[in-house]
Design a protein around this ligand. Structure first.
Ligand SMILES: [Zn+2]
Length: 65
């Protein structure tokens, strides 16, 4: 079985991989805010989100480290 990186993570669909979203006026949410933009809450600023397979693998690795 071969696992490709694309099987483990995918580009965040909220921010299109940038990790940032335009700040919304009047929005009050937790999280870092910079002028005009905020960290994408979906991916936490990484620009990628784990797939189910990626999450499983990460859980496995953490358990056995
Ligand atoms: Zn994102």
């Amino acid at each position: 079985m071969t696992i490709a990186l694309d099987d483990l993570e995918q580009q965040c669909w909220e921010c299109q991989g940038s990790g940032r979203l335009p700040a919304v006026d009047g929005e009050r949410k937790d999280g870092e805010r910079t002028a005009g933009e905020r960290v994408c809450p979906k991916c936490g600023g990484k620009g990628v989100v784990l797939t189910a397979l990626g999450q499983t693998l990460l859980d496995f690795i953490r358990r056995h480290l």
